[in-house]
Ligand binder design. Structure first.
Ligand code: SF4
Ligand code: SF4
Length: 467
């Protein structure tokens, strides 16, 4: 059986980024670096070289197995190896390689929290971006179904479903058994999966009638790291499904004398399309969003999004897809996670800490896409500023991951992944539970199934302020 301790040279090594002579090291001591995503190079879509790289990395992962508990990709791979005739990667049928790819939802945890062999280590493993390349190849080959394309069109679906006359029909039908059976047949949505409700009073509509947009009676105060003026990228989920969350965020920011406005125009950040391997659609979304965002950045606005995946898209994935685009880099450097921002204001002595309500015990789930931003546990730190509040943190994937938790073919697997999270929430006997990712929060609520409701940490901060 192969092992990472075999001291063997990786099979078919790709670009060796190590500046040192090839002495083998067990794990890298240097800070990980990330290569740009070479998605515009025709070689990126060369299936033969993709499969050679998959075989090389799968073999190394098989020898290592550190990531076995993170998601269902790794157990799928290890089962394939263990059940093969050779009990090695060379015994696995190449067509089964796709099963591993299909179970990856690009949470990035294996790269950011587990793998010691990321570049500059000579093994040069970037598992999530290898999965992304495989997804892009699959997409280009026509291997993605129309229903998957529809499910990932969060903006188009949201626009349609939030039309006032349509919204009630959509929300009501999503609760009927017959429609759910049809949804399963037509779109591959599991009949028991929790489907988010749509709202006709979207965040962007609410803000249109908000005459005080961007105004405050106080003077704008900057800190070393923040300009003190925030433009919110509403996000599809924040706009069409959970506009109350955006409103809570605005209230909290304004309470801290921070002028707030919405970005003039936006469309989906592109994360659902990235997860499908549809990189051309990601590029199209970038063409729409970046000019609006960069204009605001040039005018001195900080950018913020209430969904960690969307922040990650602008902060990490787009800059890696467009390394030479200065505007993309500029937006990537100017976008903030809400709690990262609040704690930077706190560091600058500008966050109000005169809370009027304690929160008791909060069972707080750290969203993977926030965790991999490497900003630290800022949500926990902020919640703990509230007197008589104890935060119990859960650092495990919830398993919802965009559309993974609603698709019939992955629903059981997602419900298995969320189990330990649910157990921790129950054990906490908390007064509140929630996640930075509103979708993860809803998925945990669905898996709990006890009639309780998730509360986003930003909504809890609003509550603690008594505003
Ligand atoms: S990126 Fe996330 S889902 Fe994909 S293989 Fe790594 S841990 Fe699993
Ligand atoms: S991604 Fe890295 S840490 Fe995870 S199983 Fe593979 S080699 Fe090991």
């Amino acid at each position: 059986m192969s092992s990472v301790n075999d001291n063997k040279t990786p099979v078919n090594p790709v670009k060796n980024t190590s500046t040192k002579k090839n002495a083998f090291r067990e794990g890298s001591l240097e800070a990980p670096i990330r290569h740009p995503i070479d998605w515009q190079n025709p070689e990126f879509y060369n299936e033969k070289s993709l499969f050679a790289e998959l075989e090389r990395v799968y073999d190394l992962c098989h020898g290592c197995r550190r990531c076995v508990s993170l998601c269902n990709s790794f157990p799928t791979l290890f089962d394939l190896v263990d059940e093969s005739s050779t009990m090695e990667v060379d015994g696995v049928d190449k067509k089964d390689y796709w099963n591993v790819v299909d179970h990856c939802y690009l949470c990035d945890l294996c790269y950011q929290t587990k793998c010691p062999y990321t570049p500059p280590h000579e093994w040069n493993i970037d598992f999530p971006h290898l999965m992304l390349r495989a997804k892009a190849v699959k997409y280009q080959k026509g291997g993605v179904t129309t229903s998957e394309k529809i499910l990932s069109s969060t903006d188009a679906v949201g626009k349609l479903a939030s039309i006032p006359v349509v919204v009630h029909a959509v929300n009501a039908s999503n609760k009927t058994k017959t429609i759910r059976k049809l949804l399963d047949k037509a779109l591959g949505v599991h009949p028991d999966a929790g489907i988010p409700s749509y709202r006709s009073d979207t965040l962007r509509k609410r803000f249109k009638s908000d005459e005080s947009q961007g105004e405050t009676n106080s003077e704008v105060e900057a800190t070393d790291e923040t300009n003190g003026r925030v433009a919110i990228f509403a996000t599809c989920f924040g706009n069409y499904n959970e506009p109350d969350l955006g409103e809570d965020l605005v209230k909290v920011l304004r309470h801290n004398d921070i002028p707030v406005r919405l970005v003039d125009k936006e469309q989906c950040c592109g994360m659902p399309k990235l997860e499908l391997g549809d990189l051309a659609s990601v590029a199209k979304a970038k063409e729409v969003n970046i000019p609006h965002l960069v204009k605001l950045v040039d005018e001195g606005w900080d950018i913020m999004a209430p969904v960690p995946s969307c922040v990650l898209m602008f902060r990490q994935e787009l800059p890696l897809m467009f390394p030479d685009d200065e505007d993309v880099q500029k937006v990537g450097n100017a976008i903030f996670d809400p709690f990262e921002y609040l704690m930077l204001r706190h560091k600058g002595g500008l966050l109000k800490t005169s809370f009027t309500e304690s929160l008791g015990t909060v069972s707080y789930h750290v969203a993977c896409h926030q965790r991999v931003q490497k900003i630290g546990a800022k949500t926990r730190d902020c919640l703990q500023l509230v007197p008589d509040t104890e935060v119990k943190m859960i650092e495990r994937c919830s398993g919802h991951d965009g559309t993974y938790g609603v698709k019939t073919k992955y629903y059981d697997s997602a419900m298995k992944i969320v189990k330990p999270v649910v157990k921790r929430v129950k054990q906490a006997k908390a007064d509140h539970y929630g996640s930075d990712c509103p979708m993860a929060g809803r998925f945990i609520e669905h898996a709990l199934g006890d009639g309780s409701s998730t509360e986003h940490p930003i909504s809890l901060i609003r509550k603690a302020y008594g505003i």
